[in-house]
Write a protein that binds this ligand. Structure first.
Ligand code: SAM
Length: 317
């Protein structure tokens, strides 16, 4: 079968599956500012697990996926998460990963590992409890740290993801870095993306890759590592051997070799975060299926992310 590819030679090898749009945190860059609709409490009509797995298997046979990342919303709120992980393993996906806020991780980590999960990213935007509340509208940093440490003990490879917002949590860069270094966990700092309700005003919160490096440089000596293909993150290693990364969506865009496809909890795909147009895979025959995947591939930007009114909550981070 012909490979589905675009004029830049890009293909789909990584599928990000948003299992649901609901979340148990209300992060300021992700949730709507309005308290009443924060956290998306409206019950969703989610696809049945078997239908979801069948759809993923169909995508896999069309593009030979290498990695699947489960996300949301908050994927640990998805009632059949373990069934999804073992189903993906049975389909033959070699790398099964997940992104979580870590709130339910302590109780879920071992079951996830046993079902076939390899690695997880845990989002954590502050060590200080008040700043964590400012960012996420919840308390209990300790609970997330406990989740991270339980996941490491269960044999999961863990990375920490921190979105930095100038004037809100940039003071947390060093405390988070020190925690990660102490635990020998790789931490990545994310430049804020112009998405959702911050679509038109993310610029004022942007804490750039260079600003991040300047802060770290005042404390550590480090050198840059070579970027691997299709990686979202740039990486550096300190003289002591600790790794940190920066996802510099604004300062150093990485669209040129993006291999990601997104699937939401309603059977819609998106080829690019910059594109708000969902492409439904529901009820399409095999010829249309390939056409829809190609249509999604053609949504990709050639150079940089151009912003989106959709929040990551819906499209999956
Ligand atoms: N609930 C899970 C979590 O908190 O990791 C998974 C979903 S969350 C949408 C996935 C990732 O997207 C998180 O690391 C979050 O920090 C990031 N994210 C969401 N909106 C963002 C934005 N506007 N800019 C940068 N990163 C964002």
């Amino acid at each position: 079968m012909n490979e589905i590819t675009d004029q830049y030679g890009r293909t789909f090898k990584t599928l990000r599956v948003s299992l649901l749009s609901r979340c148990n945190l209300g992060c300021v860059y992700c949730s709507l500012a309005d308290d009443k609709i924060k956290n998306n409490p409206v019950p969703e009509n989610l696809m049945a697990v078997d239908d979801l797995l069948q759809l993923i298997e169909r995508i896999h046979s069309a593009v030979q996926l290498e990695t699947i990342r489960l996300t949301g919303g908050e994927p640990l709120l998805y009632p059949d998460l373990i069934q999804v992980i073992s189903g993906l393993k049975a389909i033959g996906i070699s790398e099964i990963k997940l992104t979580t806020n870590g709130f339910l991780l302590e109780r879920m980590a071992m079951a996830m590992r046993l079902a076939g999960m390899k690695s997880i990213n845990v989002s954590l935007d502050a060590m200080d409890e008040d700043i964590f509340f400012l960012m996420s509208k919840r308390n209990d940093v300790q609970r997330i740290l406990q989740g991270i440490e339980t996941a490491v003990a269960a044999g999961l490879e863990v990375k920490i993801n921190t979105v930095l917002m100038k004037g809100i949590n940039d003071s947390q860069l060093v405390p988070l870095l020190e925690y990660a270094f102490e635990k020998r966990i790789t931490i990545r700092f994310l430049e804020i993306m112009a998405m959702g309700h911050l679509h038109q005003q993310s610029g004022k919160y942007l804490f750039t890759q260079q600003e991040i490096l300047d802060v770290i440089q005042a404390r550590y000596e480090f050198s840059r590592l070579e970027r691997s293909n299709s990686s979202t993150s740039n990486y550096w290693q300190t003289k002591q051997g600790n790794l940190f990364g920066i996802i510099a969506n604004e300062s150093e865009p990485f669209c040129h070799d993006c291999n990601r496809l997104r699937l939401d909890s309603h059977g819609n795909i998106y080829g690019c975060l910059s594109n708000n147009h969902p492409i439904s895979l529901n009820g399409v025959n095999n010829i249309q299926f390939r056409e829809k995947l190609l249509e999604a591939l053609l949504q990709k930007q050639s150079v940089r992310f151009t912003g989106s009114e959709l929040s990551m909550l819906n499209i999956g981070g």
